[in-house]
Design a protein around this ligand. Structure first.
Ligand code: MRU
Length: 358
């Protein structure tokens, strides 16, 4: 399946070339395919904050390259460039609050910097570290796809409908996706008849990005309003809800795109299995439970306008863009280190001690 998955790769959203970070601008997809060239850490922070690049794993990868750009600029300035670099770490860390991968990647870059040998070339070392973070995310996607597909096969054979939320594909990762990677793999293995993609209001990651990605690969996808999900679970033979994560707490509570929590409640009611797919870089063991996951709130304009047009209502708008699904609603978390069925604190702690499976 690995080779077939790699052969099916059609979308790429991030490219590091000749010391410049290129990001596919996800704000204008699917209408335009335009790339943003980032040459400074501030460009990367702006791309993350404005959601030109979005999805937890690719946010982390972008930030790692952002550190390389920052280090290059600070070294040119001279003086104590490593001390000055702290301001860039802060700028990147503050770009968005929920994606654990962002803080994980920055910690890893800072740790690498702290271990520089005396005669090492700092820029080359940092660049190699960022590339390693990028490459390992791609590898993690492959491992998780295999594990997720094995689970689907174990519970039910072929021809099933899967429901997904937000965008967790090539646009959101360094490879071809977390939840969408499992769905791609299951499709290749002949186990998926149809994918139901929630449109994912208000930013429309489902209709603008997931439907676009799947349609480009010829995977049968049906777009639905978020509020149709319970009805679809009841009437369309959905066997799995498969979603990604932005942050997983030590007890297995999962922070993900707003609307994930209600999907898990509906899945439990309808006897539909609920799978979360995320690399271990999304797990933050310093957060005891989902209550500690920072939930980003974005401006009300995302709700009060449609296509840039004011809806005319002079009212307050509450726009939390993530929610927290309690661990007891989750059947399985799939990571590149292995799977955890019915997640809890002890199982997560055990998993985090393991090595990656690849
Ligand atoms: O606001 P976004 O688009 O960055 O939110 C993305 C999600 O919620 C994804 O489900 C999550 O980051 C996993 S992406 C592999």
């Amino acid at each position: 399946m690995r080779d077939r998955l790699l052969a099916a790769e059609k979308v790429k959203a991030i490219d590091w070339r000749d010391g410049v970070l290129y990001l596919l601008d996800q704000r204008v997809l699917p209408f335009e395919e335009s790339w943003i060239a980032c040459t400074r850490a501030a460009d990367v922070a702006e791309a993350i904050g404005s959601m030109a690049v979005r999805g937890a794993p690719i946010i982390g990868i972008s930030a790692a390259y952002g550190v390389v750009l920052a280090a290059r600029a600070r070294m040119v300035e001279g003086g104590d460039w490593q001390a000055a670099l702290e301001a860039d770490f802060t700028l990147l860390a503050e770009a968005r609050p929920t994606a654990a991968n962002l803080f994980w990647a920055l910690d890893r870059m800072r740790d690498r910097l702290g271990r520089l040998k005396e005669h090492a070339e700092p820029l080359a070392v940092l660049e190699a570290e960022a590339i390693a973070i990028h490459e390992s995310d791609r590898e993690a996607n492959l491992t998780m796809a295999q594990l997720g597909v094995d689970l689907i096969r174990k519970h039910q054979g072929n021809a099933q409908a899967i429901l997904t939320h937000c965008n967790t594909g090539a646009l959101a990762t360094g490879g071809f996706g977390t939840a969408l990677g499992v769905i791609r793999g299951a499709y290749i293995e002949g186990m998926v008849e149809r994918v139901y993609a929630d449109e994912t209001r208000p930013w429309l990651q489902g209709s603008r990005l997931t439907a676009w990605e799947l349609a480009r690969e010829g995977i049968p996808v049906t777009l639905n309003a978020d509020s149709a999900a319970a009805h679809i679970m009841k009437t369309k033979g959905v066997t799995w809800v498969v979603v990604g994560a932005d942050c997983i707490a030590a007890n297995g509570d999962v922070g993900n795109k707003i609307g994930t929590y209600q999907l898990a409640v509906c899945a439990m009611h309808h006897g539909v299995r609920f799978m979360v797919v995320a690399p271990s870089s999304t797990i933050d063991m310093s957060l005891a439970s989902g209550d500690d996951i920072p939930v980003e709130e974005r401006g009300g304009r995302e709700l009060l306008e449609i296509g840039g047009k004011w809806l005319g209502a002079d009212v307050d708008a509450f726009n939390p863009v993530f929610d927290v699904t309690p661990a007891d609603l989750i059947d399985v978390i799939v990571t590149e280190k292995g799977i955890i069925e019915r997640p809890d604190t002890a199982k997560l702690a055990q998993l985090m001690c393991r090595k990656r499976l690849h």
